[in-house]
Write a protein that binds this ligand. Sequence first.
Ligand code: CAA
Length: 398
Amino acid sequence: MLRDTNIGIDSIAFSTSRYFLPLSVLAEHRSVDYRKYCDGIGQIAMSVFPPNEDIVTIAVDAAQKAISFIDNLDAIDLVIFATESSFDLSKAAAIYVHNFLKLKPSCTAFDIKQACYSLTAAIKMARCFVQSNPGSKVLVIGSDIVKYSPNSSGEPTQGGAAVAAVISENPRIIAFEPYSGVHTTDIADFWRPSAAKEAMFDGRLSAHNYLESLKFALDEYLQKSKLALADLDYVCFHSPFNKMATKAARQFFPEKDVLDASIYNAKIGNSCSASLYISLISLLDNCSENLGGKRIGLYSYGSGSVAEYFSGIVCDKYREMSLALKNQELLDSRIEISFDEYEQFCANVIPASDTKCSYQNVGQVFLSEMIDGYRMYQLKEQINKSSVDNCFNMLNIA
Ligand code: CAA
């Protein structure tokens, strides 16, 4: 059990693609009744990523927003990047983020994996780190782009986003409570072999295990905390599709409304590691009640599987840390794509060389080319310079 009582999320932000496909368009082209998508699975749109946007570019965008609240970046001693859609089996995506944020060289950076649970694992590790290194801050990032085979039952639940959060003492958004319930079980409900671009899954088994694991994790949380369900003011869930969260809420928390927490996920789709924390941001941004002092129950589930139930108390001044307007603007300014464009984006042909940035990226960094399988990123502000110079500048080997 963690002993911290005043460690938590000091700032938090998300990013997603500039482009989206309405599920009404997908339904039409897949000859499916749209009500199955909007009512049956609870989704209205999904973020779709252009070839020069990836888990690093959206992570940098989210992280730049999260650290904009931090006065002393040198206090960040650790970056943990949580993802299940990594493109490199060796080099950590965290290192690219560390570079673009210009964090100090003595700050450690690495990746962590356990399906959609991984950002919770990163936060758990960050809490321990802050506890044993008073004054330190940890930047945690969950960034995933979720792809299933075209025409599969998972297709309408694709999506993607990055969430970045600074974990510190005396947090300004939410302070975690020291108890949690965990349920780990070896099950083949969702996996992605290293050579595969798309995830494989057993949809029914995964939905069943999501709820089974919630039962065990929640029971353990309640036993350890000696709290009752009524002590939880609001609940947020990992949301592979909104209906999953609604079903979990109905079964275990019939009194709780999860509408405010599901607004963003309904438009973004599944963002795996980021998904639970997009629910939390959605609740904080959209709930009209002042949440200061309220206890939020959080359910994290990662197929394979590890689940955890835990909670936090919202800090009194959380609204001063709000990016609600920016978040709304990000979602409202997204560009709707046609079905043909969706199919082109799905093919995800990485540009041979796209130094002019042919797509509207969400942040300052975009993927400009691949050299010997190595991903070259570029800052938009450097577009006028030659591509090779920029790549070498990024790599600090000019
Ligand atoms: N009007 C209204 N509702 C309709 C409808 C219509 N015309 N047609 C069907 N529906 C309803 C169904 O009744 C069903 O509702 P209930 O679940 O309440 O019965 C719902 O729409 C879905 O219908 P199906 O079960 O027939 O849909 P499906 O077989 O196409 O699969 C799915 C749906 C299992 C969610 C599929 O999208 C999937 O496998 N997704 C990927 C796996 C996944 O997300 N699993 C979740 C748990 S695992 C996890 O959390 C990790 C992770 O992030 C992946």
